[in-house]
Design a protein around this ligand. Structure first.
Ligand code: NI
Length: 177
């Protein structure tokens, strides 16, 4: 396994639209293992999308199980994900491994029904809500070449500079997805 380099804003490659995964083979699963390791190496990483490491395929990983007292599905590898139903709307704060110095307020659907494939190509459907639904929508945006910066709820007052912590503190106090 390997930790991959994360593309950082304003790298123009982050605007690229990713293509569907068609081949579910060992090389895909090896890449997913590396992507996962890269996510876990980041500070507070709860999600990552393949284009963030320069692979422009529709693959995201989300795992919000470290957040206390919220509903979640644990560790999720979502390939070719599609939102097939949604309900509600909620504004919340987001960060991103590709935008290390800022967080921002973004509106997202509160509940979603999602269809996707797993890393063997099996079709699955998930119902999710709240923070997990937000994390998935954030990661799916990366597949369309969008960052949370493109979805701020207002031009003024919804972008926040992160405080600079010492590394040890950063790991426990800062959430990124
Ligand atoms: Ni992100």
């Amino acid at each position: 396994m390997a930790i991959l380099e994360i593309l950082v804003y304003p790298d123009p490659r982050l605007k690229q639209v990713s293509t569907p995964v068609e081949k579910f083979d060992d090389s895909l699963r090896n890449f997913i293992a590396d992507l996962e390791e890269t996510m876990r190496a980041g500070p507070g990483g709860v999600g990552i999308a393949a284009p963030q490491v320069g692979r422009f395929e529709r693959i995201v990983i989300v795992d919000v199980s470290s957040k206390p007292k919220i509903p979640h599905h644990g560790h999720l590898v979502l390939i070719n994900p599609v939102v097939i139903q949604h309900d509600g709307w909620e504004v919340g704060r987001e960060g991103c491994l590709s935008v290390p110095n800022y967080t921002g307020n973004v509106g997202r659907w509160e509940q979603i029904r999602l269809s996707a494939q797993d890393q063997w190509g099996n079709a699955c459907v998930f119902e999710m809500q709240g923070f997990e639904a937000r994390a998935v929508q954030h990661e799916m945006d990366h597949l369309q070449g969008l960052l949370f910066l493109d979805r701020l709820v207002s031009r003024r007052g919804s972008l926040f500079k992160r405080k600079v912590y010492k590394p040890a503190v950063t790991n426990s106090n800062v959430e990124k997805d």
